[in-house]
Design a binder for this molecule. Structure first.
Ligand SMILES: NC(=O)c1ccc[n+]([C@@H]2O[C@H](COP(=O)([O-])OP(=O)(O)OC[C@H]3O[C@@H](n4cnc5c(N)ncnc54)[C@H](O)[C@@H]3O)[C@@H](O)[C@H]2O)c1
Length: 264
């Protein structure tokens, strides 16, 4: 895939996976808008990649809208929206539960992706581009130590799978890394090391990100796991409705909600 001259927004682009993805994209000729709340580091990354920094708090819808406006104004359009900003939750249920911490985690990790996708869609559709959201392995498997994180990342996977089927002219996929070597794992790092849990180099996560960018699939959730080649996670088909005699129904293959929306 020829990437030279394409335009990307990277949320959470000031650090970690986002900064590394911004560097990789720029090395392939992509014009990059780094969108983050960390302005100091974001400007450093943007300067390094010859891109533009925009202060964007992904929990604020207008900020996601203005990141898209900046991409269109500065570089003429938008081909890739990498909705990657995220935080670890830091609270569980029970005694540990804190409503503000919970709402903040949902706002950044889920609302941020919804707003980002909503505002990116018109520009991305215009260029037949793509949206990639960073979910997590925690969205594909139980994560008892951080159920809120698991919940918002699973929601991102579900969102992406639905959007992948909703827009034939846009590809929408999720990136689902296991533990990777960024600031987000700082509170867990010594435990991970003690139990011998491998920590992915950020470059491995970016390799998979690039496989998605340069691929052709949509509605997929690509895992990144140590010692395994990355690929789209193989979801089992959920059971559809059957007739009283157990035979398959035509309706089982249709999505009644999108049919109703189109007809209304
Ligand atoms: N590192 C891992 O182990 C791991 C594993 C699975 C998924 N992830 C996901 O990868 C993504 C990137 O995280 P990372 O590991 O690079 O961590 P990181 O902390 O290095 O980077 C996260 C970035 O998001 C930015 N950010 C935080 N809140 C924001 C907001 N409200 N608006 C805009 N930007 C905001 C931060 O400033 C930072 O630059 C996150 O979605 C995270 O959940 C990380």
């Amino acid at each position: 895939m020829e990437l030279t001259g394409k335009v990307a927004i990277v949320t959470g682009g000031s650090n970690g996976i986002g900064a590394a993805a911004a560097r990789r994209l720029a090395s392939l000729g992509v014009r990059v808008v780094v969108a983050d709340v960390d302005a100091d580091q974001g400007k450093v990354v943007a300067d390094e990649v010859g891109g533009v920094f925009v202060r964007c708090d992904v929990t604020v819808p207008a900020d996601s809208a203005s990141a898209v406006e900046v991409a269109v104004r500065e570089f003429g359009g938008l081909d890739i929206a990498f909705l990657n900003a995220g935080i670890g939750t830091g609270c569980s249920l029970g005694e540990d539960f804190d409503v503000e911490t919970y709402r903040r985690a949902m706002a950044i990790n889920l609302d941020g992706v919804v707003y980002g996708a909503h505002y990116a869609l018109p520009a991305v559709r215009e260029r037949g581009g793509q949206i990639i959201a960073t979910a997590s392995m925690a969205g594909l498997m139980p994560m008892p130590g951080d159920p809120i994180y698991g919940a918002n990342k699973a929601a991102v996977v579900a969102l992406v799978r639905a959007l992948g089927g909703a827009y034939p002219d846009v590809r929408v996929n999720a990136l689902c890394p296991a533990f990777a070597d960024t600031n987000i794992i700082t509170p867990l790092r010594s435990t991970l090391e003690d139990i011998g849990m491998p920590i992915l180099p950020v470059s491995a996560v970016v390799d998979t990100f690039m496989s998605i960018v340069e691929g052709s699939g949509t509605g997929e959730a690509w895992f990144v796991q140590s010692g395994r080649p990355s690929e789209p996670f193989g979801f089992r088909n959920p059971p559809g409705p059957r007739a009283a005699d157990g035979s398959r129904l035509d309706a089982a293959c249709k999505d009644p909600v999108s049919i109703a929306l189109k007809e209304s």
